[in-house]
Design a protein around this ligand. Structure first.
Ligand code: PRX
Length: 650
């Protein structure tokens, strides 16, 4: 870190930062008393509270029942009819927002595009007609594998307009990952691009889709958005250029009146076992909570230029780049590329040039900024900023302080938002005009959200004690199930702790009722804010012909939060060397994507196992972290395996 001693020395977790008075005076929620009053009202009557928030949306037909709850299945705003694309677009066209910028986009290569609400409405309607012309109907699934360009938001909103369920696949995933996701939810159409730019090079997306689609029997059509203009293969009959198809249709496509519980999207995420889980989000409840949280957490105003740096391939991009902010009529800024291209000040340069007012990013990015040095932000005028946010993993107080002082100049509240792909929108977060913040804590649950820290049997723990973070009451933007697998949904989220939702985080609550998230308690690694299942990485490793068995664990990493350490045993006769390590890394990147590449690979003769044959990951985790194996080893079947691993360590 460059010259940060002055900041480090003031780091104590007891420091409290009340909302700046001028901020509070103009905020949607203006004081802690107001928050507490809202929280109490919502706790008394959750259905009434959420119904009030749902009234902020446009409904073609109002709901009959706010919540039907048959644990663990929820239906929100039953009987209501609405359309998310209508809520994000059409209803702004009769207001002064009609010619306001909906999206301001900057490509990595420097070009800038501004799209007004009126223009976005036209583009979305046109593309919705394109989808219809390819035979896509309400209820069909469409996969989107694209760079971070406005066309991705257009494609999502076009799906929502006609009631097709989209599944966005992060542009860094491999052909195999696309194949698994597309087949799991039987997509008919894939929308992609020739490529995109990242750190100065072209990522050739269409080539990856070509490889995947060979093994996707349900896919009839591939639509290709032209971003880079480079040479790609187009298969006649199957592949079509976006810009050619849009010329063949008109821009009139009324939004379908959809049931509140109509499936909006499926987003795949890692769990503890097996294949990725298809998290299903629906329409009315999802939009209600994303709209409410966008408004109160980001304190969105018409004058704001709001920038959430997440890729749209993750849930943060769905809820807080596209749906939440657009339904609020905000101006959303999007940037296609890497934060350090062409230089480590790209983000700060963007903030200065576009006069960004709200900036929402991830702790892993903040740690990278700290490493690159404060001279980069200090070169730029960042005074347009009024609010900062983080999401994805616990933020270490040191990074929080740097963010507060170097980026926010001590004037901007920081909203540390805790949530998950499954929760759909933020659950625990400060409200910037109301909640005094403390570095490292996501503070209090939002009104209408009931969370607790409990023991394995579901008993609340005392202040300051660690336990399992659970949600005790259904919430509107909760996942409804796992696509096509109600049983796995029950098992994964509702079986561990009786009567409560539990998705894998440990936490403690301090005496002020603030929640401190302690990270994952399951076999999921949080790499740069993205959940990766160890099981998937292990099966990718084992699918290499040289590998007999593999165990993957996380170890702390200064930049990424967690790094991936793999312990690998080889097939008889094979010996491990650096060349094989490289080959295995490349293999994992090919099977899953570069994000999942192991940082460390260690070859070993055997893995430490219990007598029942379960790999003792805790021991491996301790070893990988460079520490000593301190805990109990009595269940270990063969102590010599551990001795051997320790020797290798020395
Ligand atoms: O462990 C928590 C961590 O990220 C997990 C959810 O990951 P994902 O579904 O990929 O969604 C990421 C973006 C919402 C959580 O179970 N996490 C997320 N936000 C925070 C966090 N940990 C601590 N503090 C946060 N603010």
């Amino acid at each position: 870190m460059s010259d940060q001693t002055a900041i480090e020395s003031v780091l104590t977790e007891e420091r409290v930062f009340p909302p700046p008075p001028e901020f509070a005076a103009n905020a949607h929620i203006k004081s802690f008393e107001e928050y507490e009053k809202l929280y109490a009202e919502a706790a008394d009557d959750p259905a009434g509270f959420w119904a009030k928030q749902a009234e902020a949306l446009h409904w073609f037909k109002k709901w009959d029942t706010v919540l039907k709850w048959k644990e663990p299945f929820a239906e929100w705003f039953v009987g209501g009819k609405l359309n998310i694309s209508y809520n994000c677009l059409d209803r702004h066209l009769t207001t002064s927002r009609k010619n306001k910028a909906a999206i301001i986009w900057e490509g990595e290569t420097g070009e800038i595009k501004t799209i007004t609400y009126l223009q976005l409405h036209q583009e979305v309607s046109r593309f919705a007609n394109v989808l219809k012309s390819l035979g896509v109907k309400t209820g069909d699934r469409v996969a989107l594998y694209m760079p971070l360009v406005p066309a991705l938001a257009v494609a999502m909103l076009a799906c929502a307009r006609i009631g097709a369920t989209h599944t966005v696949i992060f542009g860094g995933f491999s052909a195999d990952a696309i194949r698994d996701r597309v087949n799991d939810c039987q997509c008919k159409v894939i929308v992609t691009a020739d490529g995109g730019y990242r750190r100065g090079s072209e990522i050739r997306l269409k080539d990856v889709v070509d490889e995947a689609v060979e093994h996707c029997p349900d896919v009839t059509d591939v639509v290709v958005y032209q971003r880079t203009g480079s040479q790609i293969k187009m298969r006649p009959g199957r592949d079509h250029w976006w810009h050619e198809l849009t010329k063949t249709v008109d821009a009139d496509c009324p939004a379908e009146e959809l049931d509140s519980e109509h499936p909006l999207y499926i987003l795949y995420t890692s769990g503890t076992t097996g294949k990725p889980k298809g998290i299903l989000h629906t329409t009315g409840g999802y939009l209600t909570q994303t709209v409410y949280t966008s408004k109160v957490i980001f304190d969105l105003k018409d004058e704001d230029i709001y920038w959430c740096t997440a890729d749209i391939g993750w849930v943060t991009g769905h809820s807080y780049v596209v749906y939440g902010p657009l339904a609020n009529g905000a101006t959303v800024f999007m940037y296609e590329g890497a934060p350090n291209h062409p230089a480590p000040d790209r983000f700060w340069d963007i903030i200065e040039r576009h006069k960004i007012t709200i900036f929402y990013t991830a702790p892993t990015a903040i740690r990278a900024f700290i490493k690159w040095g404060e001279q980069h932000p200090l070169k730029h005028d960042l005074t347009s900023l009024r609010l900062l946010g983080t999401v994805g993993e616990p933020i270490n107080p040191e990074a929080w302080m740097w963010y507060h002082q170097i980026i926010g100049k001590g004037n901007c509240p920081i909203v540390d938002t805790w949530w998950q792909t499954e929760t759909g929108s933020a659950m625990i977060s400060p409200l910037p005009g109301a909640t005094p913040t403390v570095p490292g804590t996501a503070t209090r649950p939002l009104p209408g959200i009931v969370v607790d820290v409990v023991t394995k049997s579901g008993k609340p723990v005392g202040p300051g004690e660690g336990g399992y973070l659970v949600i005790k009451h259904p919430w509107p933007s909760m996942l409804r199930t796992l696509w096509g697998d109600d049983e796995r949904y029950k098992q994964a989220y509702w079986s561990e702790i009786p009567g409560m939702y539990f998705a894998g985080d440990g936490a403690r609550r301090d005496k002020h009722g603030y929640f401190w998230i302690m990270g994952r308690v399951d076999d999921v690694i949080n790499v740069s804010g993205h959940r990766l299942g160890t099981a998937e990485i292990e099966s990718a490793l084992v699918s290499h012909e040289a590998v007999a068995e593999a165990a993957v664990v996380g170890r702390p990493d200064e930049l990424k939060g967690q790094a991936i350490a793999a312990f690998v045993t080889l097939e008889g006769g094979r010996t491990g060397n650096d060349e094989l390590k490289d080959a295995l890394r490349t293999h994992v990147a090919h099977e899953i994507g570069a994000l999942a590449k192991p940082d460390d690979i260690r070859f070993t003769d055997a893995l430490p196992k219990t007598r029942s044959g379960k790999i003792m990951r805790r021991l491996l985790r301790e070893l990988a972290s460079g520490g000593h194996v301190a805990g109990d080893v009595t269940t270990l079947e063969d102590l010599s395996v551990l001795e051997k691993l320790r020797e290798d360590e020395e």
